[in-house]
Design a protein around this ligand. Sequence first.
Ligand SMILES: NC(=O)c1ccc[n+]([C@@H]2O[C@H](COP(=O)([O-])OP(=O)(O)OC[C@H]3O[C@@H](n4cnc5c(N)ncnc54)[C@H](OP(=O)(O)O)[C@@H]3O)[C@@H](O)[C@H]2O)c1
Length: 262
Amino acid sequence: MLAVDKNFVLNMFGLKGKVALITGATGSLGSAIAKGYGYQGVKVMMTARNEAKLKALYEEFTAEGIDCAYIVGDPAVEADVARIVEATVKHYGEINILVTAAGVSKPKSILQQSTEDWQSMMDANVLGTYLSCKYVAKVMVEQGKGGKMVLVSSARSKRGMKGYTGYSTSKAAVDLLAQSLACDLGEYHINVNTFNPTVFRSDLTEWMFHDDNVYQNFLKRLPIGRLGEPADFIGIASFLASDASNFITAANIAADGGYWGN
Ligand SMILES: NC(=O)c1ccc[n+]([C@@H]2O[C@H](COP(=O)([O-])OP(=O)(O)OC[C@H]3O[C@@H](n4cnc5c(N)ncnc54)[C@H](OP(=O)(O)O)[C@@H]3O)[C@@H](O)[C@H]2O)c1
């Protein structure tokens, strides 16, 4: 008899009833994942710095029957992260999933880039991710039930590009942060992975969809034949949060339409 548990297989993608904390929840990607999780019955705590946007999402999602809440804060400020994590546990009783979707890109040649701009990318992309993982890890370890951390990286983490000294470096750090955290937290059954998208539609990238030269240049390197949409990543974010990915940790998973070259 093959050791395949029918009950496990039938339920391994199910997220219903889990509690997720999502940073950058006001962004294109974070809000899509929040809604996608919410539709699957996940209880979603959304956090970001912009209260008006959080409130609007909260109203939109609750009108759709999604169980969600929000708390304002900056993931790169340690006191904020401590408060956000504490508030999530207070509101929902536990945290099973962390998604770090907060991030920023300020492309510019190193010859023009200010050290402040470079530091702001390191703070938002690296320090913010580190602090969120650190505080959620403590909660997950105390709960003793394992957990899933889904860190948003980028295809740029593996491929430098003109103007991307700050962003690529920060996302490469996120990739190795996930690998190292996975080593720290594996014994607690906490899985830590990144998914690494190429360009998808957001406020920052909308112009690329309207500049034919830029779009066509990307298409040459995209076997899938189009750039991404935020909803394209709900699948990988759900898989990495589910029992179906229990044996996957320390991975940097390309979610990039087969993107190749620079
Ligand atoms: N769009 C792409 O093509 C693409 C490709 C690969 C990877 N990514 C990554 O995907 C993630 C989400 O990107 P997105 O395209 O959805 O961007 P977005 O729509 O601009 O959202 C960015 C999110 O991060 C927060 N944020 C922005 N600047 C921040 C800062 N300095 N400190 C802390 N939080 C900040 C924003 O919330 P508040 O301003 O309300 O705090 C917002 O929720 C980022 O990590 C990005 O690097 C994007």
